[in-house]
Design a binder for this molecule. Sequence first.
Ligand code: ADP
Ligand code: ADP
Length: 233
Amino acid sequence: MIEIKQVSKVYRLKNREVIAVDDVSLTIEDGDIYGIIGYSGAGKSTLVRLINQLEIQDSGKIFVDNQNLGDLSSNELRKLRTKIGMIFQHFNLLWSRTVSENIELALEIAGNKDKQERHSKVQELVDLVGLTGRENAYPSELSGGQKQRVGIARALANDPKILLCDEATSALDPDTTKSILDLLLEINKKLNITIIMITHQMEVVQKICNHIAVMSEGKVIETGTVKEIFTAP
Ligand code: ADP
Ligand code: ADP
């Protein structure tokens, strides 16, 4: 379970402050597919980066499985981050490395020194995301959907319990978006991974999210099930 309690994050620029996340409280249950929606600049990315502590809040507390992230040592934080996978709008792959190498790097960075084990894990992930046969391709040789499949495989390399998706389908056409959402659903069910989806695409949340938070100007202005949010009273 992820509990965000009265969390605020302020960016201090030269001549002004931006309250990117403003006193947000949220609870996300294990196994959920949780959508965070809102216009550009609403604070969605910042909120998600707070969950893996790529940003540190100015106030408030965040608990993952009852662990207060503020109490973790830098070593423990590094470990936590390997248990939280992340995928991105523009995939963030290394362009000079193959599909396999992009995925394997995540295992190496996490400290896996067993080459044999890394290779079998990479193959397992390649098969899971439907890229069997494309192991030696470079990102430039792949379609957008295939690139995102590599991103997903890499994010799953260290067996995370949580997958953070930042506009993961925003750069994809509708058919490809559907196939990526189907894959995320399969991963959620098969691996019992909690998925948090940032998106501005309503059709994405309606297709796969169970719960939603709506953000505006740093605040969560509404939470509920998809039905509650999208059904007129
Ligand atoms: P969203 O993901 O909903 O588009 P963000 O979390 O990216 O929103 O941004 C929220 C606000 O914080 C915006 O006003 C944005 O300009 C500002 N912001 C985000 N990241 C930074 C940063 N690293 N430095 C300064 N301001 C930032
Ligand atoms: P998309 O095809 O999703 O629009 P982009 O072409 O915008 O993705 O690239 C996403 C990121 O990858 C950008 O940060 C960009 O700098 C980087 N990138 C794209 N092409 C290359 C390349 N040939 N070599 C190195 N980095 C690249």
